[in-house]
Ligand binder design. Structure first.
Ligand SMILES: NC(=O)C1=CN([C@@H]2O[C@H](COP(=O)(O)OP(=O)(O)OC[C@H]3O[C@@H](n4cnc5c(N)ncnc54)[C@H](O)[C@@H]3O)[C@@H](O)[C@H]2O)C=CC1
Ligand SMILES: O=C(O)CCC(=O)C(=O)O
Length: 418
């Protein structure tokens, strides 16, 4: 885990947007502080009969525009500042795409690759019980994030429903279809990244079918982004996971790589195919491509490597992959950065559709999900690019200005009593 504090990144980005909008600190101060921070410690029985104590968090950043919403991450290096940053990004993300949610995020400090499936289930159920006082379909709705998936959401839904005495599918999104999940949610974040890439390239006059793309991270977001961006006709020249990356100037076979990675525990360092070279994650970030999609963790693009980045466009699939210092270097180099709160919003948009379906006991077909996602993403992308052109500010500043205005307006309408 890097030494950059992602929450400092968030605060600086909010202050910058506030100064562009000419806001006084009292107008936007509430967006600088999470509404609630819960830290929990809980025991889990391991398969060998021993008991281990784990630490977890749930941070609710804002409920100004609606119930809090955001994923749950399992990672050995996670800490409260990272979760606060992730929760704040959710608030700004939901505002920029105009869905009626605030922001939250949760995490457990654990390396889930070291747990058996039974241990993972016991940990998830115990963590759910600990955060149960905060979550619920009307107040705070978790979803998948790094190292969590539909199965984990299913265990959360089941534990919460057991506590309440009846099935409550709307307490989480990203569930398997069989228990109230939405068609299209698994692919939604990657689909949103693809839509953002497609529309941004169009606006920048770069033909998508000639673009060479590098993607860091081959989990849910990275691998679906790779698949769908390749379907635009682009060449995916580099991909990576935590173990390292692959490069081919001729373009990688994404379906073969996805098939290889579909077996739990497999890593790209062990992938072999003629014509494919192994590279490091640093080499991926600075490799010769037109588009870079960081889709792994925070703080991957810093002042240490930003000057060496050669792409024309960065589309942030991950949350917080670029530090504030790196942003300035990229701006000076003329590299366009499409910010995380816009580029990876597809996931929470389809989570919203899932929640709406759960509340109404309705089932939408996949075409309706994808068409509505496309409409919402394209509208937000147009708004962010328009303000960026009008005010001559970065796309990140533009996205934050649009979101901050909505947050301040909501707070003012609701008022502060007395
Ligand atoms: N899953 C979702 O719906 C959404 C996820 N995101 C963000 O996208 C990013 C990726 O999330 P997921 O794909 O869901 O996670 P995941 O757990 O499915 O995949 C993470 C990928 O990143 C790789 N990775 C982990 N640490 C790395 C490192 N230090 N260097 C290079 N690669 C590394 C892993 O090997 C894996 O390929 C995160 O920033 C997450 O917060 C954003 C919006 C929604
Ligand atoms: O789908 C959701 O509710 C949230 C997904 C998420 O954690 C994110 O957008 O970072």
């Amino acid at each position: 885990m890097s030494t950059y504090n992602p929450y400092d990144n968030v605060l600086e980005t909010i202050r910058n947007a506030a100064s562009i909008l000419g806001l006084a600190e009292s107008d936007y101060a509430t967006t600088m502080y999470p509404e609630r921070e819960l830290k929990v410690s809980f025991p889990v029985m391991m398969d060998d009969g021993t008991v281990k104590i784990f630490e977890g968090y749930r941070v609710q950043h804002s409920s100004s525009r609606g119930p809090c919403k955001g994923g749950i991450r399992y990672h050995q290096d996670v800490n409260i500042d990272e979760v606060k940053a992730l929760a704040a990004w959710m608030t700004f993300k939901c505002a920029v795409v105009g869905i009626p949610y605030g922001g939250a995020k949760g995490a457990v400090k654990v390396d889930p690759s070291k747990l058996s499936s039974a241990e993972l289930q016991r940990l998830t159920r115990r963590y759910t019980a600990m955060i149960a006082p905060l979550i619920g379909p009307d107040q705070d709705i978790p979803a998948p994030d790094v190292n969590t998936n539909g199965q984990v959401m299913g265990w959360i839904m089941d534990t919460y429903s057991m506590l309440k005495g009846h099935a409550i599918p709307g307490v989480v999104t990203g569930k398997p279809i069989e228990i109230g999940g939405s068609l299209g949610r698994v692919e939604a974040t990657g689909r949103g990244v693809m839509i953002t890439t497609r529309e941004s390239l169009k606006k920048l006059g770069i033909p998508a079918d000639k673009a060479r793309v590098a993607i860091q991270g081959m989990g849910n977001v990275g691998s679906i982004s790779a698949k769908l961006i390749a379907e635009l006709g682009a060449k995916i020249v580099a991909v990576s996971d935590v173990s390292g990356g692959l490069y081919s100037s001729e373009g990688l076979n994404i379906s073969a790589i996805r098939e290889y990675l579909s077996v739990r525990g497999r890593l790209l360092k062990d992938y072999n195919e003629p014509g494919v070279n192994h590279i490091t994650n640093q080499e991926l970030i600075t490799c010769g491509a037109d588009v870079l999609v960081p889709a792994a963790m925070e703080n991957q693009i810093t002042e240490k490597n930003a000057a060496d980045i050669q792409v024309k466009v960065i589309v942030e699939g991950a949350n917080g992959p670029t530090t504030v210092a790196a942003d300035k270097i990229l701006e000076e180099k003329g590299i366009v950065v499409v910010p995380d709160i816009l580029a990876n919003a597809g996931g929470v948009v389809v989570s919203y559709f899932e929640w709406v379906q759960n509340l109404q006991s309705l089932v939408w077909d996949e075409d309706e999900v994808n068409k509505t996602l496309n409409r919402i993403m394209c509208k937000a992308i147009d708004e962010v690019f328009d303000l960026h052109t009008e005010k001559k500010i970065t796309l990140r500043a533009s996205a934050y200005c649009l979101a901050l205005k909505k947050l301040v307006t909501a707070k003012n309408i609701r008022g502060i009593f007395p």
